[in-house]
Design a protein around this ligand. Structure first.
Ligand code: PMP
Length: 350
């Protein structure tokens, strides 16, 4: 059975979190001389002389409506990369515990493990980058503290089959982190709709992709209030800047722009997906529910990569990733960039 408290590192369970005088202050502050800020004002064009709301209440209020969850089910971090790191630190005792990844997948799970001296267990996805009953059995047999399910998966682009994910959510004793960084491009409901069913579920999303706000650094984790409470307890007090909070609020109130960005990207993804297979150097374009395409090249993907770099076009070389021999990951760009990419690939193909 899943038991959150026994999953959390013993030193964190009883730990006293950082607290500021403002956390404890009841009532309307008139004069704020508690936090060693600069009361006179800010250098630069905008006023940021006060520390931001440590719990980002205004942003969460807006997000809760959009995602149909309660504010206390939301954690906000400095990118979802911060949530990844905090989840590892929350549960894994350095030098003792392990986490489980399903390669090929997003690289930061392993980096966060290495940084925190946490062992990495691996179960490779099938050649079509899907789960199987054997993989599920392997996950359920593991005593890792966290299993990472990236869906849509980076760098492969596919959604993982929901039935297998459910089996993992039902049977795994640790946290099941479903990384939905690319969910806004996917033709499937978010796992945030299933939070009430699974106390071990953590869903990660980000403002870096469909929202077009990678430079802001704002990531989201959705989970039970108990899990979110622990993340808030261990996060740096002011992990999301005032500028980020203000900008995120403005973005959240501009739903039409978000929808338009998403629509245009999906059109461009289809445009690129239709044209790539006609190239004689392309042997496979993998199905994508994300804003990128994993493409297999023949005979030499790295030669293609080098050719593109020489023309000032960078893509991601994934040839050394498990199951990804011969592949490059192509982010969908503007229509002009996509045409430029295609022209360069045609030129290479000769
Ligand atoms: N998860 C996945 C699957 C990603 O691909 C990325 C970004 N490449 C992230 C998380 C991190 O996103 P953020 O910018 O929110 O830190």
């Amino acid at each position: 059975m899943f038991n959150l408290d026994s999953l959390v590192r013993p030193n964190i369970r009883g730990m006293k979190p950082y607290s500021s005088a403002r956390d404890e202050f009841q009532g309307e502050a008139q004069v704020m001389l508690d936090a060693n800020e600069n009361s006179l004002g800010s250098a630069g064009p905008d006023q940021f002389n006060r520390y931001p709301d440590p719990l980002q209440r205004a942003v969460k209020q807006e997000l809760a409506q959009l995602k149909a969850v309660r504010p206390e089910q939301i954690f906000l971090g400095n990118g979802s990369d911060e949530a990844i790191d905090l989840l590892v630190r929350l549960t894994c005792v350095p030098g003792h515990d392990s986490l489980l990844i399903l390669p090929p997948t997003y690289g930061m799970y392993e980096v966060a493990a290495n940084l925190n001296d946490v062992r990495v267990e691996r179960l490779q996805l099938k050649p079509d980058f899907q789960l199987s009953s054997e993989i599920v059995a392997g996950v359920l047999a593991s005593d890792a503290k966290i299993v990472w399910l990236c869906s849509p998966n980076n760098p492969t682009g596919n959604l993982l089959h929901a039935e297998y994910m459910e089996e993992i959510l039902r049977g795994f004793r640790g946290l099941v982190v479903v990384d939905e960084a690319y969910a806004d491009f996917a033709a499937a409901p978010s796992w945030t709709t299933r939070l009430a069913e699974f106390p071990n579920l953590v869903v990660l999303q980000t403002f870096s992709k469909a929202w077009g706000l990678a430079g802001l650094r704002l990531g989201m984790a959705f989970a039970s209030p108990e899990i979110i409470g622990y993340l808030n307890k261990i996060k740096p007090p002011y992990n999301v800047s005032e500028a980020t909070q203000q900008h995120a609020l403005a973005a959240l109130r501009d739903a039409p722009r978000f929808e338009e960005l998403r629509r245009q990207l999906l059109v461009s993804r289809d445009w690129l997906r239709e044209r790539l297979p006609a190239l004689p150097i392309v042997t496979e374009v993998f199905p994508s529910d994300a804003n990128f395409l994993l493409v297999r090249f023949h005979p030499d993907a790295t030669a293609v990569y080098d050719f593109l770099v020489a023309r000032g076009i960078i893509v991601r070389n994934r040839t050394t990733q498990p199951g990804c021999a011969g592949t490059l990951r192509l982010t969908v760009g503007t229509p002009a960039e996509n045409e430029q990419l295609l022209r360069a690939l045609r030129e290479f193909a000769g």
